[in-house]
Design a protein around this ligand. Structure first.
Ligand code: GAR
Length: 216
């Protein structure tokens, strides 16, 4: 069974969606550890409810960014984590963690990358006036939201959308595609061809989910 290590900074609704899929039996994985960089992250409450081990690490307690990520990597390795999940982790991951888990860290981003990387992507999308946005699950490399894309889902953006209304609609899709991407990984269906991620048994109709037909 795939052992997951989750990093989160806040609310943790994506973390919850993974917990729920595991509970429902549609994701054959277990969560070994939640690490947060924020002592007030609601994700911690979610972990407690499920008796998932959790650890708060204050980045300011470390001499350098590298030391912080070396420690995170150590904690994850100690618990035999197979795949690291960034579920609303609001930092750029440092090299020591990427080197400890090459091609084994995945992130959810609330935009259709490569559009609107970084913070406040939904606001960036509204301000730019795009008519379609969405979310992306991708492998993490050393850049900011630049790693190979696993899966994307799209929502139509209305001219009346605000950052809040768009965020909410995108979030609903995030909760579907993130566990789905982890499932694809757990089933050994992802492989890299250059920076393109190929998916074994993939059907094209899975690609664009305005009303995501994921759980068929
Ligand atoms: C989600 O929308 C996630 O895509 C985004 O933060 C939110 C976390 O919500 N992540 C990023 O912007 C990463 N750059 P959650 O804590 O409820 O899962």
């Amino acid at each position: 069974m795939l052992k997951l290590g989750v990093l989160a900074s806040g609310r943790g609704s994506n973390f919850q969606s993974i917990i729920d899929e595991i509970e429902a039996g549609s994701l054959n994985a277990s969560i070994s550890l939640l690490i947060t960089d924020n002592p007030d992250a609601y994700a911690i409450e979610r972990a407690k409810k499920q008796s998932i081990k959790h650890l708060y690490l204050n980045p300011h307690d470390f001499k350098s960014k590298n030391d912080f990520y070396t420690r995170i990597a150590k904690e994850l390795v100690k618990r035999d984590v197979d795949l690291v999940i960034l579920a609303g982790f609001m930092r750029i991951v440092g090299k020591p963690l990427i080197e400890a888990f090459p091609n084994r860290i995945i992130n959810i981003h609330p935009a259709l990358l490569p559009a609107f990387p970084g913070l406040h992507s939904q606001k960036q999308a509204v301000d730019y006036g795009v008519r379609v946005s969405g979310c992306t699950v991708h492998f993490v490399d050393e850049g900011m939201d630049t790693g190979p894309i696993i899966i994307q889902a799209a929502v139509v953006v209305s001219p009346d959308d605000t950052e809040d209304t768009l965020s909410e609609r995108i979030l609903r899709l995030e909760h579907k595609i993130f566990p789905y991407a982890i499932r694809l990984y757990s089933e050994g269906r992802l492989y890299a061809d250059g920076r393109t991620i190929k998916i074994k048994g993939y059907e094209l109709k899975d690609e664009f989910f305005i009303n995501p037909p994921i759980h068929r």
